[in-house]
Design a protein around this ligand. Structure first.
Ligand SMILES: *Cc1c(COP(=O)(O)O)cnc(C)c1O
Length: 236
């Protein structure tokens, strides 16, 4: 679907269309669809769009920008929602992230892990973290290099206010399904390897509106879907 076609649907129609794509992708991969969580990425969409999706029974939302996310967490504090930070974080934003989110998907350096651990409030459960990996080794892309995962994982495990849950990546857009799947497969191999040393690791955050099928085929356990659920984003 083009984003114009998506924009013409209502929230319920978009949610069913995405669930149907997920179910089909799981079926094609011989996987149980209960094993792939849907995260609704609501960045640059208003709080009302989150209310609409929540009214349809959805409760896990992802934001990319700390300030925008914190605003929404506060505006929507009457709802029981699970909040994920999926975008990169500057070190001056770690406190706001530690105080407002349930998950961070974009951890890519020790300095940020140390700050999140120190700043996570005592009355909240440990912050769930995913290590973001730059799986295609793209210059200027966030994420640690694949060979830095182990050291960062060791550090996170030693942080009592953080819970290491797995990996996240945003592979480069490829021109064939095969090439797309190869990136996700490399990521899955890193995920399996991480899990061998860290038994609580259970989450592989991979797949967005354009490539969720490839990600599910290669073992994603959480897809992050924006456009297909909310329509086109406003330009910044
Ligand atoms: C925006 C964003 C998404 C959602 O992207 P869509 O292509 O709109 O589904 C997922 N993950 C991250 C990290 C994002 O920044």
């Amino acid at each position: 679907m083009t984003s114009n076609q998506i924009n013409a649907l209502d929230a319920g129609q978009r949610l069913s269309a995405v669930r149907q794509r997920l179910d089909r992708a799981c079926q094609a991969a011989g996987r149980n669809s209960d094993n792939v969580r849907l995260l609704a990425v609501s960045k640059r969409h208003p709080a009302q769009a989150i209310r609409d999706l929540h009214a349809l029974g959805h409760n896990a939302f992802g934001e990319s920008y700390v300030n925008e996310g914190v605003d929404k967490v506060e505006q929507l504090s009457d709802l029981d929602l699970e909040w994920h930070l999926v975008g990169p974080m500057q070190s001056n934003k770690t406190r706001a992230a530690a105080e407002h989110f349930d998950w961070v998907h974009s951890l890519d350096r020790i300095r940020i892990a140390r700050r999140l651990n120190n700043q996570r409030p005592e009355d909240m459960p440990p912050l769930n973290v995913l290590i973001q990996v730059n799986v295609d080794n793209e210059p200027q892309k966030s994420g640690c290099a694949p060979d830095e995962i182990d050291e960062l994982a060791e550090f996170v495990e030693a942080c009592p206010r953080l819970a290491l849950r797995g990996l996240m990546a945003i592979p480069a857009q490829k021109d064939s399904e095969d090439a797309q799947r190869r990136s996700f497969r490399r990521l899955y191999e890193l995920f399996v390897k991480l899990g061998e040393g860290h038994p609580k690791v259970d989450t592989l955050s991979a797949g967005m509106s354009d490539d969720l099928e490839a990600a599910v085929a290669e073992g994603s356990t959480m897809v992050r879907i924006g456009t297909a659920l909310f329509g086109a984003r406003e330009e910044t």
